[in-house]
Ligand binder design. Structure first.
Ligand SMILES: Nc1ncnc2c1ncn2[C@@H]1O[C@H](COP(=O)(O)OP(=O)(O)O)[C@@H](O)[C@H]1O
Ligand SMILES: [Mg+2]
Length: 230
């Protein structure tokens, strides 16, 4: 059994059987609006404020100013964390794979980061035009990230109605774990319910329950002991 690293997110560590395996690269997979980015920002905030684990956000989707503003609505002061070298947001302007790799390593070294988020892996994979290069490139990137020895979350956009955890269908095989976020239709109440499920976590005996979670004004709250749709 490898050492477990607490995520710092309420309810998640209990689903994980204690936390993420040390040094693991974990995919956070889900459709649009399922809460992937929010969960990832909370992971960085909790690490930097409660666990003395500085974090790096590689943002390929959003401008840093937008991220800082959206974190603020949950009461997370990202600007303060950046000023204190507990957080770095990297938004590469050149969409080249080699520079992405360099950016990651440099940012992690700079603040001695212990956790990282790539939002999103889906966009990183799109740096490669040819599908055959995409698979090889992502495998190499994953290996490089795993060598850093930190906990990394790789966000994966799942197309609606697809029975997979990624756009290309292979991303989930090169990671150590997969968290699946879904908005499930609650037909009786004519609404949707947020849910989370640990699909895979190497070296871990984890829960296989899909459980409800909420996004509140303080961020994500996961309910590991509750059942969906009672
Ligand atoms: N302040 C808030 N309080 C509660 N829920 C919110 C708040 N802000 C955003 N949300 C919910 O979070 C969703 C966006 O989550 P996000 O993490 O961006 O999803 P994803 O990255 O999976 O697309 C929104 O669609 C909305 O339902
Ligand atoms: Mg997002």
């Amino acid at each position: 059994m490898s050492k477990k690293i607490a995520s710092g997110i309420s309810g998640l560590d209990s689903l994980l059987g204690g936390g993420f395996p040390e040094g693991s690269l974990v995919m956070v997979a889900g459709g649009t609006g399922t809460g992937k980015s929010t969960l990832a920002l909370q992971f960085l905030h909790a690490g930097a404020t409660k666990l003395n684990e500085p974090g790096v956000l590689i943002s390929l989707e959003q401008e840093p100013s937008k991220i800082i503003a959206s974190a603020k609505q949950y009461g997370w002061d990202f600007q303060d964390l950046i000023d204190k070298n507990k957080l770095t947001i990297v938004a590469p302007s050149i969409y080249k794979f080699e520079s992405l790799e360099e950016n990651i390593t440099a940012a992690v070294k700079k603040i001695n980061a212990k956790r990282m988020v790539i939002d999103s892996y889906t966009i990183a994979s799109a740096f490669f035009v040819k599908p055959e290069e995409r698979r090889r490139g992502l495998m190499l990137l994953s290996r490089k990230i795993q060598q850093l020895g930190i906990i990394s979350l790789a966000i994966s956009d799942v197309p609606e109605g697809k029975e997979a955890y990624s756009v290309n269908g292979f991303e989930e095989f090169v990671v150590d774990g997969v968290l699946s976020l879904e908005l499930l239709a609650d037909a009786r109440r004519n609404t949707f319910t947020r849910s989370i499920f640990v699909r895979k976590m190497r070296y871990t005996e984890h829960s296989l329950k899909r459980v409800p979670f909420k996004i509140t004004e303080k961020g994500c709250v996961i309910y590991p002991d509750e059942v969906l749709f009672e």
